[in-house]
Write a protein that binds this ligand. Structure first.
Ligand code: DGL
Length: 261
């Protein structure tokens, strides 16, 4: 069983691709819906929340964990990952690799939460692979509550207006590639494309699922079951998750008292 977690719905962008790549694997997904957003919080708080999610996965006896959250991957993972008995991967390296591969102009922009952008994690990973790349990071914190509240239709005027305002510096920078460095953002990629039609979007959740596959020994005898847990009322999570995952979404979302871990 593989554990995947995020502050809320964003990690579903990784889960969706992981289910497609490993249909027989079992997954346990945790969305910390009671404490979303993470991206405006301090490093210490993000580390504390990350450790609680990881202890929850210890109790599920998982074989590995995907931190399907740009904020956790950027701010907390390095500090905690040695303390756990399973490999833990984040979303930064896979996205940076895909962006470098896709970019011709070597002008690569990153959007994420405030914590992710101020860490410079994606930019550093890009420059490690391509030292002459030019990068620009832009924080887009309002996208997270818009997604959590279901404002995800490409025709949603509010989300489009916010996107226009946030993405103007990326237009001005003339990036040819944009890393969606928060896993919530691919859920509104159609809206982002409306504002940046000629920019290649890199889905950090999708890329992380491929990185997960590379390090997972597939065992065809597993059940392919997916369990969902959230830290607060499951209703909102269930309704947006059903729209996003479609028929892959198996319903039954349980609540966990994550502060007890
Ligand atoms: N999906 C999380 C991320 O990738 C959302 C962050 C948040 O909760 O602010 O950063």
């Amino acid at each position: 069983m593989i554990g995947i977690f995020d502050s809320g719905l964003g990690g579903l962008t990784a889960l969706k691709e992981a289910i497609r790549l490993m249909p027989n694997e079992s997954f346990v997904y945790f969305g910390d819906t009671g404490r979303v957003p993470y991206g405006t919080r301090s490093r210490d708080t993000i580390i504390q929340y990350t450790e609680q999610a990881l202890r929850f996965f210890v109790s599920h006896n998982v074989s590995s964990v995907l931190a399907a959250c740009g904020t956790v991957s950027s701010v907390a993972l390095e500090a905690v990952k040695q303390r756990y008995p399973f490999p833990i991967i984040g979303v930064v390296d896979g996205a940076a690799k895909a962006a470098v591969k896709s970019s011709e102009s070597k002008k690569i922009a990153v959007i994420g939460t405030a914590a992710t952008v101020s860490s410079g994690s994606f930019e550093k990973a890009v420059k490690k692979l391509s030292p002459d790349a030019q990068t620009l990071g832009v924080a887009c914190p309002l996208f997270v509550p818009l997604v959590e509240n279901g404002f995800i239709s490409p025709d949603d005027a509010v989300t489009l207006e916010v996107a226009k305002r946030y993405l103007q510096p990326i237009k001005d920078f003339c990036a040819d590639t944009l890393i969606l460095g928060c896993t919530h953002f691919p859920i509104i990629s159609e809206t982002i494309k409306k504002v940046l039609p000629s920019v290649t979007l890199i889905n950090s959740g999708y890329e992380a699922a491929h990185a997960l596959l590379e390090q997972t020994e597939t065992q065809p005898d597993k059940s392919g079951a997916v369990e969902f847990y959230v830290s607060d009322n499951p209703e909102n999570f269930s309704s947006v998750a059903s729209i996003f995952l479609g028929e892959d979404f198996c319903g039954g979302v349980k609540t966990v008292e994550i502060q007890n871990y």
